[in-house]
Design a protein around this ligand. Sequence first.
Ligand SMILES: Nc1ncnc2c1ncn2[C@@H]1O[C@H](COP(=O)(O)OP(=O)(O)OP(=O)(O)O)[C@@H](O)[C@H]1O
Ligand SMILES: [Mg+2]
Length: 267
Amino acid sequence: MSAPATEFAAPAGTERRDPHAVVEVVDVSVNFGGIAALTDVRLSAREGQITGLIGPNGAGKTTLFNVITGLQEPTHGRVWFGDRDVSGLPPYKRARRGVARTFQRLEVFGSLTVFENVLAAAEFRRSWSNDDTPARTVAAEIIRRVGLSVVADARVDSLPTGLARLVELGRALATRPRLLLLDEVGSGLSHEETEALGDLMVDLTRDGTAILLVEHDVELVMRVCDRIFVLDFGRIIATGTPAQVQKDPAVQAAYLGAAPESRGGPS
Ligand SMILES: Nc1ncnc2c1ncn2[C@@H]1O[C@H](COP(=O)(O)OP(=O)(O)OP(=O)(O)O)[C@@H](O)[C@H]1O
Ligand SMILES: [Mg+2]
């Protein structure tokens, strides 16, 4: 049977279709009681690219992250990492295969310092990785990269939320992921900090990291993403480059509209 060349025109099924995908979600549905949080979602994130996942509140973005990381078992569908079907694997085994995430609700250790938080993640990775770079060296390098050197010795619960989110990003990076899932990591940051975050994301893709980005800051999404998937009420309603998605009437109706201004945008 000849597979169609276009990546999203594939007939329904649970086989992976995107040969470039670091992660591919195939026909995933999640029901919470009577709520269809996700319905037949198909999405991929590719090596060395930033893939945006946008949509209104309650569209199912965080639920999809939970499906990818193994925290949420889908009602239907599969998750592939490269050519491995990981659908049955628990979260820690997926982490070892190179997946890291940040949480929309912070999951950092507030009573520890920035350095200690990132160090814990670097040590966690040492427990399974062959890389014998000392965890302290990794932690220091990551903290510099995310721009937190000045507050490295501060307790995380003394930081503004925006910077605490960067600590989460640092913890995720300390595991040296191939796939990085960012759930509103930019919220609470100033305009300058958001710009720096965008630059950092682009920089991370240069060594092949795949980023899947959930973000309400439309300007940031449009600036950094290679491709964007738009979710609305648990369904993918559009896929394409930022320019294509912005022009899509269904997206404008569901989400964007006059959103960049009404959401505050850069002041
Ligand atoms: N554990 C759960 N039990 C029941 N319903 C849930 C659960 N988690 C999410 N939902 C529901 O599933 C839908 C999708 O929620 P989800 O948090 O994935 O949306 P989201 O796109 O991340 O929204 P936001 O932009 O507000 O973060 C919502 O209707 C939500 O109320
Ligand atoms: Mg969410």
